[in-house]
Design a protein. Structure first.
Length: 43
């Protein structure tokens, strides 16, 4: 799932954490343009 270098992992984690926190309330899509990572709510 991680397609980024270690320098990007920290930023990726921030994105991931934000998604997890908000998923509890509503659907969220986190698009990490820098790493081409997209996180969608599990359907």
């Amino acid at each position: 799932m991680l397609a980024c270098g270690r320098e990007r992992i920290y930023q990726y984690m921030l994105c991931f954490i934000n998604v997890v926190i908000v998923l509890e309330q509503h659907s969220v899509t986190c698009v990490y343009e820098s790493c081409k990572i997209v996180l969608f709510q599990k359907s």
